[in-house]
Design a protein around this ligand. Sequence first.
Ligand SMILES: CC(C)(COP(=O)(O)OP(=O)(O)OC[C@H]1O[C@@H](n2cnc3c(N)ncnc32)[C@H](O)[C@@H]1OP(=O)(O)O)[C@@H](O)C(=O)NCCC(=O)NCCS
Length: 184
Amino acid sequence: MHSHTCGPETNRLQYRAFTDDDAESFFALNSHPDVMRFTGEPPVSSLGAARDAIANYRDFEDVGYGRWACILKETQAVIGFCGLKYLTDLNEVDVGYRFLPEFWGQGLATEACTASLEFGFTTLRLNQIIGLVLPANTASTRVLEKVGMQADGEFVYDGICVLRFFTRREAHVDNGVKSGELPR
Ligand SMILES: CC(C)(COP(=O)(O)OP(=O)(O)OC[C@H]1O[C@@H](n2cnc3c(N)ncnc32)[C@H](O)[C@@H]1OP(=O)(O)O)[C@@H](O)C(=O)NCCC(=O)NCCS
């Protein structure tokens, strides 16, 4: 199994796995209250916890893909993460993303999410990718809509009510239409 620690590149972003050198950026992102508000996860509590989380992240070894650090090409700074995660309990692949607030509203999550979907369908040959979002997270819901995903109702996941979106491979690859260009 190939481990895709380098992910896709977009107009403004590069993707790669987090390393120990990213601990401060990882901590800044995953401890920010505005970033964590709708994630359903507790904030990372310290720089040491950030280092541990990076060191213990096994998805690239286990399934060959994961959540990548998103690097802004212009500055080479880590400004967020985006990527795919295999959810064992659902037997589904989930797209996720998170960016520092100063970079919101510039279309970066849409750009990153589009690249993750294309990577999942073309490189990994996945048949379906889902997105799970808290219903109150309107910005994230909008991103999933913009990349061509369809809402599929709410369900309780890990004790939290989430809205499930999905999109299938044929909508992105087989008809030649790229994700993000689909009619709404
Ligand atoms: C969700 C998130 C990644 C979006 O990042 P972003 O780079 O600002 O997203 P984009 O600019 O690509 O698109 C955001 C869209 O949501 C819209 N939006 C933003 N805030 C909104 C709000 N409060 N209500 C309604 N729409 C909103 C924007 O107008 C834009 O839509 P448009 O292009 O039609 O105008 C960012 O807000 C974030 O990191 N949030 C914290 C982490 C998080 O919640 N991650 C998702 C977990 S499921």
